[in-house]
Write a new protein. Sequence first.
Length: 95
Amino acid sequence: MHLEVDPANEPDDGAVLAGATREDTVAELFGLCDEFFRCPASPQVHAELRRFLTARGYHPVASWGWFIDTLGFAASRPRYNLSEDEPSPGGTRVS
């Protein structure tokens, strides 16, 4: 897949993340990864991901679906407070 980029439509430097919280940024990255692996990634990329996960001890068949589903869940509903300044919903800090 090849996307054409028009430099005239690009935002100014720094504009992409301006005002985004760390949680929003992480959720967006999870969402982009989820979208990439579900749609435009080739069968070769899927095989690479499966080999990568299997080499780390994950189930050779179930790991790919688990990984993709977990990315999707993380992107749609961030559950963890990633800020060091604010307490997490459980009342303890996450570092």
